[in-house]
Design a protein around this ligand. Sequence first.
Ligand code: NAD
Ligand code: 572
Ligand code: ZN
Length: 348
Amino acid sequence: MSDTNLTAIVYKKGDLRLEETEIKEPGIGQVQLRMCNVGICGSDVHFWTQGAIGDFVVKAPMIIGHEGAGVVNKLGPGVTNLNIGDRVAIEPGVPCKCCKFCKKGRYNLCPRVIFCATPPDHGNLSRFYCHDADFCYKLPDHVSTEEGALLEPLSVSVHACTRAGVTLGSRVLVCGAGPIGLVVLLTAKAKGAAEVIMTDIDKSRLEFAKSLGADHTVLVTSRDPVDTANKVEAILGDKADIAIECSGAPPSIRTAIFATAPGGCVMIVGLGPADVELPIVNATVREVDIRGNFRYANCYPAALDMIASGKVNVKPLITHRFKLEQSLEAFEMAKQGKGIKIMINCEK
Ligand code: NAD
Ligand code: 572
Ligand code: ZN
């Protein structure tokens, strides 16, 4: 029987459909993958429910999904780094490889990057998908394709913790205990952080964070960011060396600044409103550096090594599993904010 290509497509705001699409042939330097697992990310849900994130608007039907792993099914011309049958994690952003940012290794800043499921670029929640072979990472036999899919959010945390300077003995505040805050927790611990304290407005998320190894948690109940920062300081016995903000909520960004020690760093990962009022003078006079994070560059190998070596265990993050045929149900569950990571299996 010939293969078909069931695919999850966002047509427009609120309109997600499962349809058969053509199976593409791999281009030069590409591989055709038989997809295995794709995780649902908050941005996938946002593009479906809102039809846009900032300036990125779904103007034409877009295949969703960017946290994927699959098996090499065909090699395109010129591919030498992979073989048919290899299980790989897919780094979803393929940059131009020529611009000044690409040339200096900061390819996440490439203005011509093609990034799965960021309009107008298609994602990989389908049975078959073609991708540049040099942005596919072969998984060792003992690393599952679910873990391969989780390399994507894990790479965000590797980039954030590296840029924030997390190292042996760091005392780290992580604001927001969603999937990103949780992978930041795991990565900070793997990098040798002495203590990680996490905040959230949701008690169940903090309980989950504790089960993953958070040393302390703070339930945010006050509207005043200084109150929350004081709670963090009371628990740590001092301000944090580093705060990694993973909620995007403006009061939480303000808390991150107030809770960080002089000379420390606040890393902004969470993206909420475009304009946010911040206590910038407070940060300036205490030389608290505020740094930004945009996806990742050169982080997949380190993320894979952390999983393959057993230094991090991302498996507990997967709370729900669906088949590709059940994608609409899976997205409905993600929209309701249930669980942590919802994984879709694309195998027949
Ligand atoms: P999520 O919505 O699942 O998690 C956010 C968490 O923050 C939730 O648990 C929520 O309850 C909590 N929260 C909300 N208000 C809070 C407050 N005032 N104080 C503390 N916690 C609060 O999202 P996620 O998938 O974990 O992603 C987190 C953020 O990271 C999102 O804004 C996302 O867009 C962003 N992100 C950025 C990058 C990047 O490259 N910069 C990459 C991936 C994700
Ligand atoms: O895993 C990549 C990723 N990036 C997210 C969110 C979720 N997953 N970002 C937040 C949204 N931005 S963006 O610049 N954009 C839609 C391109 O607003 C990218 C980073
Ligand atoms: Zn994502």
